[in-house]
Design a protein around this ligand. Structure first.
Ligand code: SF4
Length: 368
């Protein structure tokens, strides 16, 4: 991996002040005895790549804002010079530790996009899912961020909680719209093995209920002027996440930090999830060189999430095959059932198709 990289960088900060019972990300309790050596090792890993003039930088986690102000500033100081002028620099934050000091540090080190985990606008629900903020606090933090000058803010919302009814979903979406942010990510609760929710036998919503909730969410968001440009992401015009579009366009990027993954020089890699190994500089755990078949699978997996799907010309250039000919039978069946649309230039899934994207992908994979 010696070529210089000037596209995108993902940085994983695994620390959190509390561990949420539904979370299956790579995360650790924040403790200074771990965070200090972690940042030292992270900086060495960053230096091991030739990074410059990056179009996008994304600091995610975990909770980047759980770092102390001093640690947080050292991280921003390290990566900010790698961003090109006009680049997008996003930092994730939790409401409970997004202080005025952290916001000011971000503004002075060129962070120009915030992604804030709100998850619910109902305080009882927030307590139930192990979040330690109130919706009022979330409103105050967004107000403060706007006063400091942030003009590109994403908020995360979840739905599909146990015993949630449609009225709660409607009021969540309306409350989120009233925050007037530029971008909203909306995810349904997934109960993954190994989480506390899984051990407590908490069940995900059934698919009919989930569909009813999602249809309501879609129409409320569209009425408010948001476009769903990706299966779970809504933006006002011109505020799509440039960094995430790199993933969804299946383009290469560098990922650093505990458990982070990256895609460089036709190789997908995943970093170790062991803090011990990471601190010893044993960063990469797994590497996979992409065969033409894996590349095609990944291309479909990423592009079908997008409202615009993909260009048929690009598909032919990349895979030396005409998509509409190779998959003609499947395409006409999807088209007949209103799950997908093919035009002379592109192929994309409809709202109905996006709801069953996993099944559609499997049908394509069988024909690869
Ligand atoms: S704050 Fe985020 S990363 Fe940390 S435990 Fe909760 S959901 Fe997971």
């Amino acid at each position: 991996m010696t070529n210089s990289i000037n596209k995108s960088l993902y940085i994983h900060i695994p620390f959190c002040e509390h561990l949420c019972p539904y979370c299956d990300f790579t995360k650790l309790f924040y403790l200074p005895k771990f965070s200090k050596p972690y940042l030292e090792s992270l900086f060495k890993e960053i230096d091991s790549y030739k990074l410059s003039d990056l179009e996008t930088i994304y600091i995610g986690g975990g909770t980047p804002t759980s770092l102390s102000d001093e640690e947080f500033e050292s991280l921003l100081k390290k990566v900010s010079p790698l961003l090109k002028i006009g680049g997008e620099f996003t930092c994730e934050a939790n409401v409970e530790n997004l202080t005025k000091e952290k916001l000011s540090l971000m503004a002075s080190y060129s962070v120009n996009r915030l992604s804030i985990g709100i998850q619910s606008t109902h305080d009882e629900r927030l307590a139930e899912i192990g979040r330690f903020h109130s919706f009022k606090k979330a409103q105050e933090v967004i107000q403060l961020a706007c006063e400091i000058g942030f003009k590109n803010i994403n908020v995360d919302l979840m739905y599909g909680f146990p015993n949630q009814n449609i009225d709660e979903v409607i009021s969540d979406v309306k409350n989120i719209i009233a925050l007037n942010t530029e971008h909203v990510s909306i995810y349904s609760l997934i109960v993954s093995p190994g989480t506390l929710f899984f051990n407590k036998n908490i069940k995900e919503q059934n698919s009919d209920e989930s569909r009813r909730f999602y249809d309501t969410i879609l129409s409320l968001m569209r009425e408010a002027g948001f476009e769903r440009y990706e299966i779970s992401n809504f933006s006002k015009p011109g505020y799509e996440s440039r960094h995430n579009l790199v993933y969804w366009h299946n383009q290469e990027y560098c990922g650093v930090g505990l458990g982070a993954s990256g895609y460089l020089n036709n190789v997908r890699y995943t970093n170790t999830k062991s803090l011990k190994k990471y601190l010893q500089g044993q960063y990469i755990d797994e590497k996979e060189e992409l065969t033409p078949q894996l590349l095609e699978e990944d291309y479909l997996l990423t592009h079908l999430r997008l409202k615009d799907g993909f260009s048929l010309d690009e598909y032919r250039e990349l895979f030396h095959v005409k998509f509409d000919e190779k998959y003609s039978k499947l395409i006409s069946s999807l088209n007949k059932n209103k799950y997908a649309i093919i035009t002379p230039k592109s192929f994309y899934l409809t709202d109905d198709g996006l709801m069953i994207m996993d099944a559609i992908l499997l049908d394509f994979y069988k024909l690869l």
